[in-house]
Design a protein around this ligand. Sequence first.
Ligand SMILES: NC(=O)C1=CN([C@@H]2O[C@H](COP(=O)(O)OP(=O)(O)OC[C@H]3O[C@@H](n4cnc5c(N)ncnc54)[C@H](OP(=O)(O)O)[C@@H]3O)[C@@H](O)[C@H]2O)C=CC1
Ligand SMILES: O=C1O[C@H](COP(=O)(O)O)[C@@H](O)[C@H](O)[C@H]1O
Length: 639
Amino acid sequence: MAFSSPKCPSSWFALPPSPGPRSRRVAAASPSPSCPPLPRRFFSEKIPSQSPRNRHWNVVSMHEEEPGSEFEDLWALACPSLKILDAWLALIKSVIIHISRPKTPGHKAATVPVSPEKEIDLKKVENGVSSAISAEEHRDLAILNTSKKDSTVSITVVGASGDLAKKKIFPALFALYYEDCLPEHFTIFGYARSKMTDAELRNMVSRTLTCRIDKRENCSEKMEQFLSRCFYHSGQYGSEENFAELDKELNEHEAGRLSNRLFYLSIPPNIFIDVAKCASKSASSANGWTRVIVEKPFGRDSESSAALTRGLKQYLVEDQIFRIDHYLGKELVENLSILRFSNLVFEPLWSRQYIRNVQLIFSEDFGTEGRGGYFDNYGIIRDIMQNHLLQILALFAMETPVSLDAEDIRNEKVKVLRSMRPLQLENVVIGQYKSHTKGGITYPAYTDDKTVPKDSLTPTFAAAALFIDNARWDGVPFLMKAGKALHTRRAEIRVQFRHVPGNLYKRSFGTDLDRATNELVIRVQPDEAIYLKINNKIPGLGMRLDRSNLNLHYAARYSKEIPDAYERLLLDAIEGERRLFIRSDELDAAWALFTPLLKELEEKKIAPELYPYGSRGPVGAHYLASKYNVRWGDLSSEH
Ligand SMILES: NC(=O)C1=CN([C@@H]2O[C@H](COP(=O)(O)OP(=O)(O)OC[C@H]3O[C@@H](n4cnc5c(N)ncnc54)[C@H](OP(=O)(O)O)[C@@H]3O)[C@@H](O)[C@H]2O)C=CC1
Ligand SMILES: O=C1O[C@H](COP(=O)(O)O)[C@@H](O)[C@H](O)[C@H]1O
């Protein structure tokens, strides 16, 4: 069975390194070369269809066969040929490794995209049509047939000296290590221009690691073990020579094992392509997979995003590019599909017939502190709406995918994005925070940031009404609101349902019938929860109605710490699970929606409405909502 770690819920490293989640299915079902006796539950073993953490199980066959049945006969027949195949594959593997490109600086052959991890059509092997298997598939088979002991994963954090690396990436890697989710053989490299020794990197990283997963446990031993697997290489981002040096060091650590390499580009976007080029040409894996995680922003409009995609695709194929949107890695965003598709009380309600409006709300109770330089070039629409909130909207509104496969889900998300009505300026409100003094403390204005021009019109707040012009969502307003320096920190999805037709208790609600409708709230953060507002009778002899919450409060229900989004996404990238990463056509569709609006705002120099630091944002957001007969759920007296 695949699980090797008692701790990691997704410990698939007992399997050979997989070219993708679907191949894991294949790997799990492949008989071992030594032909052990037919396992009792071989044909009824549950095999994961996607990623094990999906916990969606495919039952390969419902039969539970006893040894001695016809399955055993088949097994006996198949075994010798599989043995031959295995030996053959081992030979091919060694030839492939031998003929792989020499990994010396300046080597030209690798300027073409590195071949992607391809799903293997095992049927060809099963049917004995081995000649029909391509060289690439041979390589993948070789990978599959190499035991975990022979493989390794090297993770290079490019931009290791930066804020995100310290704040999120190294802590997430440590959490994965702590949970036994990293493979047995792994190495972590930091790469940046800053001069640092391994010891200095370890010292820097150690300052941000905590024992948060298991607070009572003293995790210093685990930390030491983790840090001893972290190394640093200083180099320029555009230097193939420096990446070739990194490659040499990686090779030393990989020690002849089958090597899989993950590069995390935690750097400013203007150097993404340089790094993709150098990593691909000089430091990609010779015999395993090479994947690149790209941080946002993926451009600032349709043109620049397309140029970035084109640039990356000169050196990488789409399957190697993992565009991260960390909101997709948040527990409650992950749970959205489960809530909808596996609960009969919700699934039939998910349409214009029952849903009055949907609200996607993001607020932070701090300003752009320290990131004003970056932010001023992007603004809140690009920073939060075009990616995080739009991704949640697409997941929320998509049609039922054919399966839980990454491509099936992403196909449905793209369809939603393409069905969206072009955004009109009159359906958008923008704001910018101004200085405010409260309790003797003066909070700065956005333009007080030294890296922000004094006359900046960049919005730090935006609200928008969006519409999906398809049969399911015709006429339903999807309201988005995102802002910095507001009164609270929160991210949530609010679903307000329609009125009960002919409600018998209408009179008990007074004149404000809207307040009596059901509302489903998915609180993504903080204090994760899913609650449904319902109407009920106040106990007693009278007939007075009340509003109550049916509440799934995560902290009360589960003692386990919720993983950080970066943990989930890093593990997915290592496992080749693409479901939570953005495909290039999704990105194009997202930019196609926002680019005309952004251009109009900029060309017309629309001035943002000023709101005090720590307030609830511009009043314009209320007018926008009321235009569509909507009240922001987060601002009502009862949240
Ligand atoms: N920080 C955050 O909270 C978030 C960041 N992101 C994205 O993640 C990526 C990394 O973010 P963050 O760590 O904050 O970025 P930083 O500005 O901290 O940059 C990371 C590293 O890149 C190098 N670098 C910085 N500026 C330049 C430059 N102009 N030219 C070449 N190298 C440069 C520096 O390393 P050295 O000088 O040592 O080479 C720096 O330590 C960015 O794309 C950002 O947009 C996304 C979401 C949140
Ligand atoms: O991508 C971004 O997200 C953060 C908010 O992330 P969270 O996980 O802390 O909610 C935001 O502060 C930042 O501006 C933006 O670039």
